[in-house]
Design a protein around this ligand. Structure first.
Ligand code: FAD
Length: 503
């Protein structure tokens, strides 16, 4: 199909609708640049929905002396929590001391550094636990007597992306999903970017002064295939998988387990009735979109968790798995788990030649800081506009106090007394102060439209289509919500048919 040139040039064009691309688009448009972002699939369909979902300093990175990364990440915990207290919440981590592994003194010193490095205001400090008395000891084998408990935060990763994209669009950015960048060429200081609608295969050419390649694990293939440069090798692809099993313990804290191979895994309370266990760390050579858990990884995660839990975790209990590919900057580390989790930005060209900024690596936790750094570079190249602004800004629905989630949920429940509390609470978790706009004047369940199983109704689906770029049943069931864990295949088929009719 032939390409058509359209519209006035944008200041900035962003490739990739993961957390980093959306963060950059949001920051840039908020400073006054005109911005367009294209995502070839759904928002967060790449690595940004496959994380362990921690907003954390990364206790383990202290062992690799990554002090800058740990400091920046720790400081971001309370910044992001305040920005989005519906989808981000504090989480306490229980680290059982294992006699054969790291000594208790080393753990205590590490946690002391963790507590002091990152400017903690609301998150509680580390404590030592007597696991023979504390409830956290109950599901563990009897040998674990001492534990340490510390704070980090938890985030719904895919929603972080959708809400960041929503905010970017609310501020004027043009966001297109299911639209692939197929080629980009410089001409007299301007980029001509050819994009292809993945459904119709129609192509258009967009012009922009500056191009940002935030394609995550595809960053090198964009450099080779779309930009036509030879043999790029900047990122090391490292696969990580998770299993979701039936709830393994009753309390709301999470476990961090040290393994004999030097790695750690987490066991995290998940979606009320489940426990999330992960992750693995394995070099990966395939197409990032085709990544999936292997039998060996499932066995590894079951047996690593069973080293600690009294009741072994078995394959039969696994209800869902997911895998993702970390696009780590290739720093030449020998083991996958040792490769840096820090981000690296590289700029090519300038204002006259047409500049390109490539983004390598990064974490969910540092996406806002990475975005600031990218937009500072943009400003240096095409001229300064607004100042840094995202530190004190809320994401959509997050405009209530960081510690105010319960009050916010109560407010919605009181406004809709005929709706089930569990339902209004779930909506508060996902949509925060925007949940009221989603429900509108639907006061009773019968007014929420067609029912698709669990507590999913047409009202929510319509909202997601209109406001969050949801196009398929998987977008709704696995990325905008996690109702895929509860909705039956026949309900999913009805949802898919309903959504197809709406477009
Ligand atoms: P992606 O989310 O992959 O986004 C890139 C996007 O670009 C994709 O959606 C892709 O479809 C799109 N794209 C590619 N090519 C094109 C093209 N030609 N045209 C248009 N679009 C294109 N971080 C944390 O802070 N905490 C954690 O607990 C954590 N746990 C993790 C656990 C695992 C197993 C993994 C894999 C990662 C984890 N991370 C964690 C890291 C974090 O998830 C990633 O660093 C982050 O999501 C990367 O985001 P991204 O935007 O760079 O990439």
């Amino acid at each position: 199909m032939t390409a058509q040139a359209v519209s006035a040039p944008f200041d900035v064009f962003v490739i990739g609708g993961g957390v980093n691309g959306c963060g950059i688009a949001r920051d840039a448009v908020g400073r006054g640049y005109s911005v367009m972002l294209c995502e070839m699939n759904d928002l967060a369909s790449g690595t940004s929905s496959a994380a362990t979902k921690l907003v954390h300093g990364g206790l383990r990175y202290l062992e690799h002396f990554k002090f800058r990364l740990v400091h920046e990440s720790l400081a971001e915990r309370e910044v992001l929590w305040a920005a989005a207290p519906h989808i981000i919440r504090p989480l306490r981590f229980v680290l059982p001391h294992h006699k054969g592994l790291r000594p208790a003194l080393v753990l205590r010193i590490g946690l002391l550094m963790y507590d002091t490095l990152g400017g903690r205001k609301l998150l509680p400090a580390t404590e030592t636990l007597d696991l023979s008395k504390d409830e956290a000891g109950k599901p563990l084998k009897v040998g674990f007597r001492t534990g340490f408990e510390y704070s980090d935060c938890w985030v719904d990763d895919a929603r972080l992306v959708a809400l960041t994209a929503r905010d970017a669009a609310d501020r004027g950015a043009k966001v297109r999903t299911r639209t692939k960048v197929v080629s980009a060429r410089r001409d007299s200081g301007m980029w001509n970017i050819e994009i292809e609608d993945q459904a119709s295969k129609a192509r258009e050419t967009i012009q922009a002064r500056l191009l940002v390649n935030a394609a995550g694990p595809w960053v090198d293939s964009v450099i080779v295939e779309a930009l036509g440069q030879n043999g790029a090798h900047n990122v090391r692809l490292v696969k990580g998988s998770h299993i979701v099993v039936k709830k393994q313990f009753e309390h709301e804290r999470c476990y961090i387990f040290q393994n004999a191979d030097g790695r750690i895994i987490f066991a995290i309370p998940y979606e009320e009735d489940f426990t999330l266990i992960g992750t693995t760390d394995l070099d990966y050579q395939g197409e990032p979109g085709a990544v999936e858990i292997s039998e060996a990884e499932t066995d590894y995660l079951c047996s690593a968790a069973s080293e600690y839990f009294k009741k072994p975790v078995t394959r039969e209990e696994v209800v869902w798995t997911y895998s993702g590919v970390r696009p780590l900057f290739d720093d030449g580390a020998s083991a996958a788990q040792e490769a840096t989790r820090d981000y690296v930005l590289k700029t090519a060209g300038d204002k006259v030649a047409g500049a390109l900024i490539n983004v390598f690596g990064g974490k969910l936790t540092t996406y806002r800081r990475l975005s600031e750094e990218v937009v500072e570079r943009i400003a240096d190249i095409i001229g300064h506009k607004g100042k840094r602004w995202t530190r004190d800004a809320h994401l959509p629905g997050g405009d209530f106090p960081a510690t105010g989630f319960e009050a916010q949920a109560e407010k919605l429940a009181r406004r809709y007394p005929q709706l089930e509390r569990k339902f209004t609470r779930r909506l508060t978790r996902l949509y925060g102060t925007r949940a009221g706009a989603l429900l509108g004047d639907a006061k009773a369940t019968g007014e929420l439209g067609e029912h698709f199983g669990a507590d999913l109704y047409a009202k929510e689906v319509d909202y997601l289509i209109a406001n969050e770029w949801a196009r398929t049943a998987d977008d709704v069931l696995w990325r905008r919500t996690k109702l895929g864990l509860r909705v039956k295949p026949e309900d999913k088929a009805r949802l898919a048919a309903y959504m197809a009719k709406r477009q």
